[in-house]
Write a protein of this length. Sequence first.
Length: 220
Amino acid sequence: MIKAVIFDFDGLILDTETHEYEVLQEIFEEHGSELPMSVWGNVIGTAAGFQPFSYLEEQLQKKLDHEQLTKLRQERFTKRMESEKARPGVEAYLSAAKELGLKIGLASSSDYKWVSQHLKQIGLYDDFECIRTADDVEEVKPNPELYLKAAECLGVKPEECIAFEDSVNGSIAAKRAGMKCVIVPNKVTKSLLFEHYDHRLESMAEMELEQLIEKISNPS
């Protein structure tokens, strides 16, 4: 029986990932290069330590001003995010989860400051009973620890949870934790190869939460 829903944050609730990739791609193109999804896709949803501007230097075989590029990246990203809202269906799922008496958690590989800041900006911070971030674990996704800690915080067993993810690393973490996993890829991650999930949605607006739970609980 499903007793809780646990959401990823970046790219799932708020599509920070598409904007982040497009900003980097703009900068790479301005330098006559590109950042392939085959490279960037491995970084999404985890903490890989990948340095995009070091990668750009390797492609161009010349030194770049990392400080200036980082500032440019932050300015462009901030401008894009000013008017960004939650992805379609997210607010409806949160409301439905409350009506169904489900516990609501969040598990993100980003740090708490980043997650809480953006949740407050879009008015969803108070919807979550428990938030677990990179600050709470030794290893982020694809390690299952974030999801296990979120379930523990909510007082439920992993098998009683549905995890919502948009990244490959996140879906691996959810399944390793023993949870049901619904993937809702965004513009950037929809081209990636997902292998670990129970159901795929193009958008949470595609199916009501109660119907989704029924479908996952009783697969045909």
